[in-house]
Design a protein around this ligand. Structure first.
Ligand SMILES: NC(=O)c1ccc[n+]([C@@H]2O[C@H](COP(=O)([O-])OP(=O)(O)OC[C@H]3O[C@@H](n4cnc5c(N)ncnc54)[C@H](OP(=O)(O)O)[C@@H]3O)[C@@H](O)[C@H]2O)c1
Length: 272
């Protein structure tokens, strides 16, 4: 598994399991266990996904030592607005049955995010979080954090896939010293990205699946990628992307699929 070094020196596995819309209960416990059995060492959770308890259970039942797993969770918008980052963080730790997380993100740039950032900095200084970062932050939001931050954000987690590669925001985030994690890398639940004819043709050419082609493109463009699946075989094949390489011409072909088509909300215009 490739790793990427964050701006505080901490290493993050470049590919992890996402659990958005993974149903609470056994589905999440199993997805986490299957991923860890398959060699994943990175889980991307969030309080609002409603399945932190099952993520924690899956991690414990896997038998993989806690310190080998890079665990991310996120501070939800209501908690940012209410100024209760520290309380929400404590609730997440309890649900996850752990005493620290590797990465804690402000999920969306809602009112109160500067105060939340200061609270995250205190939790970081206290050693309860190994790295702190942002999600869905655009230029103006990043600049507001830069003005008040004592600790630079390590990460920006943003929507990105071949139909909306978001490369300008990725480049901008990196110019601030952040690594970028990409969400909905496979085009999200219910999307049609993986039936794209260009991706299908590349899949045939490399003897891989369209999902593997997209995930390999992410590895080669040096972003961190967190595909979600509830199926054991898919969880396994999604990690099997380290034994082949796309040519630069094929990387370009995928770059050109961009058509600015989001599958999720626009951080400049959302209402939750
Ligand atoms: N920060 C944010 O605001 C934010 C927003 C959205 C997502 N995220 C994070 O990013 C993660 C990934 O994004 P996402 O869950 O929206 O979507 P995604 O990973 O792009 O796509 C998930 C969909 O692809 C299917 N799939 C997975 N592997 C496949 C394969 N090999 N072949 C065919 N289909 C496959 C899954 O189906 P099955 O499950 O049925 O296999 C599911 O329907 C989330 O789980 C979450 O951790 C963060």
């Amino acid at each position: 598994m490739n790793t990427i070094k964050l701006n505080n020196g901490k290493l993050i596995p470049q590919l992890g399991l996402g659990v958005y819309q993974t149903p609470e209960g056994e589905a999440t416990v199993n997805a986490v266990k299957w991923a860890l059995e398959a060699g994943y060492r990175h889980i991307d959770a969030a309080k609002v996904y409603g399945n932190e308890a099952e993520v924690g259970k899956g991690m414990l039942e896997s038998g993989v030592p806690r310190e080998e797993i890079f665990l991310t969770t996120k501070l939800w918008n209501d908690d940012v607005r209410a100024g209760r980052a520290k309380e929400a963080f404590a609730e997440s730790l309890k649900s996850l049955q752990t005493d620290y997380v590797d990465l804690y993100l402000i999920h969306w740039p809602v009112d109160g995010f500067e105060k939340a950032w200061s609270d995250l900095e205190e939790l970081y200084e206290a050693g309860k979080i190994k790295a702190i970062g942002l999600s869905n932050f655009h230029k103006e939001h990043i600049e507001r954090i830069e003005k008040i931050a004592h600790i630079k954000p390590a990460v920006n987690q943003v929507e990105s896939h071949p139909y909306m590669n978001n490369q300008a925001l990725i480049d901008l985030s990196k110019s601030y010293g952040m690594e970028v994690e990409v969400w909905s890398p496979l085009g999200g639940t219910g999307g049609n990205l993986l039936s794209d004819q260009t991706l299908q043709a590349l899949a045939t050419k490399y003897g891989k699946s369209p999902a593997q082609i997209v995930l390999r493109w992410d590895i080669q463009r040096e972003v961190i990628v967190i595909p979600k699946s509830t199926h054991k075989e898919r969880i396994e094949v999604n990690m099997d992307v380290f034994d082949f390489e796309l040519t630069s011409e094929d990387m370009d072909i995928i770059n050109q699929l961009d058509r600015g088509e989001r599958v999720g909300p626009d951080p400049d215009n959302f209402d939750f």
